[in-house]
Design a protein around this ligand. Structure first.
Ligand SMILES: [Mn+2]
Length: 333
């Protein structure tokens, strides 16, 4: 029985299958993923499925899993959420159960790092998995160097997290960095112990570059456009302004137009409020859904600036417009 440890897989399922074939993985071999099973690559669900369904398999918590567990959504996590669809919530529940380190008689495995000389069980999760705060702490502890430069514990340590290049980082037969950038089109690497042999397969594509383009429009469509404030809305459009795909560009332009139309409706809304306030009795004003604006209009105190302040989002603007009996444009589908 061997222990087969695989570096950051990041949804590269075809490469994982090829690698496991190459090492001739047997059912009684223990398979360990160093973490970052998901994000950036094409098939996170399949990778997770393999680790969950195969007996003798362990996945260590990576900083990418931890982001999902903590609900921290950057673009890569938004893509994974869409890729997993209905299975997303349940997959994240599984991620919650992942250990932050693994150890047997041959090796210890962590996703990102550990402080030499301290047992993994006594270390901070942030450091083990390489979260942003853990990285900061490590950088302060080892300025200008790496934690593993100082690793002299007897038991070999295996990790991923930092891409070491196309080749793994191997030092003194005791330090094994296995992230060889599979999701960036480089290699997926495994270490087999107790022989400590290293095996790699070439990635089939620069998966992350492809995913970034391919999922742009679907991710954009999941943004809560109606509930973003005007500055947030402009900022979101700005963040995607380098999109080159014509469908994405076209869609962003129609969102921009929709937002501009809504904001251009403030004078018309103000006018409508004055007109309505003129024709209604005090009692009717009180019962009106736009009562507070109508009372201000009746007293001549409603101006566009006040109205704009009360309409910080598209939804608020559309709701007021509807209350005042005006039709405003709908956002693009
Ligand atoms: Mn990674």
């Amino acid at each position: 029985m061997r222990t087969v440890i695989v570096g950051d897989i990041h949804g590269c399922y075809d490469e994982l299958l090829e690698l496991l074939e190459k090492v001739e993985l047997r059912p009684d071999d223990l398979l360990i993923g160093v973490g970052d099973l998901v994000d950036r690559g094409p098939a996170p669900g399949e990778v997770v499925g393999l680790f969950r369904e195969r007996p003798n398999s362990v996945a260590v918590m990576g900083n990418h899993e931890r982001k999902h567990v903590r609900g921290i959504f950057s673009y890569a996590q938004e893509i994974t959420r869409l890729q997993l669809g209905d299975r997303y919530a349940e997959t994240v529940d599984w991620m919650r159960t992942l250990p932050y380190h693994f150890e047997n008689e041959h090796v210890r495995v962590v996703h990102a790092a550990l402080i030499p000389g301290i047992p993994p069980a006594d270390q901070k999760e942030e450091i083990l998995c390489g979260s942003t705060s853990g990285e900061r702490e490590l950088a302060a502890l080892f300025p200008g160097g790496h934690w593993h430069d100082h690793y002299t514990d007897a038991k070999p340590v295996v990790f991923g997290h930092h891409v070491t290049g196309r080749e793994p980082l191997i030092r003194d037969g005791r330090v094994f960095g296995l992230d060889t950038g599979a999701c960036h089109g480089w290699n997926l690497t495994a270490l087999c112990v107790p022989g400590f042999t290293v095996h790699s397969v070439a990635a089939r594509a620069d998966h992350w570059s492809i995913a970034k383009r391919r999922w742009q429009l679907p991710v954009l469509k999941t943004k809560p456009w109606r509930d973003l404030t005007w500055p947030e809305l402009a900022g979101t459009i700005e963040r995607f302004s380098s999109a080159t795909d014509p469908a994405t560009r076209g869609w962003l332009e129609s969102v921009e137009e929709w937002a501009a139309d809504l904001r251009a409706s403030f004078p018309a809304l103000t006018d409508a409020a004055y007109e309505l306030a003129d024709g209604l009795t005090a009692d009717e004003l009180r019962r009106h859904p736009a009562a507070k604006y109508l009372f201000q209009a009746r007293d001549g105190r409603l101006d566009q600036a006040t109205l704009a302040k009360r309409c910080p989002t598209p939804r608020k603007t559309a709701e007021l417009a509807a209350a005042l009996g005006l039709v405003v444009t709908e956002p693009p589908d």
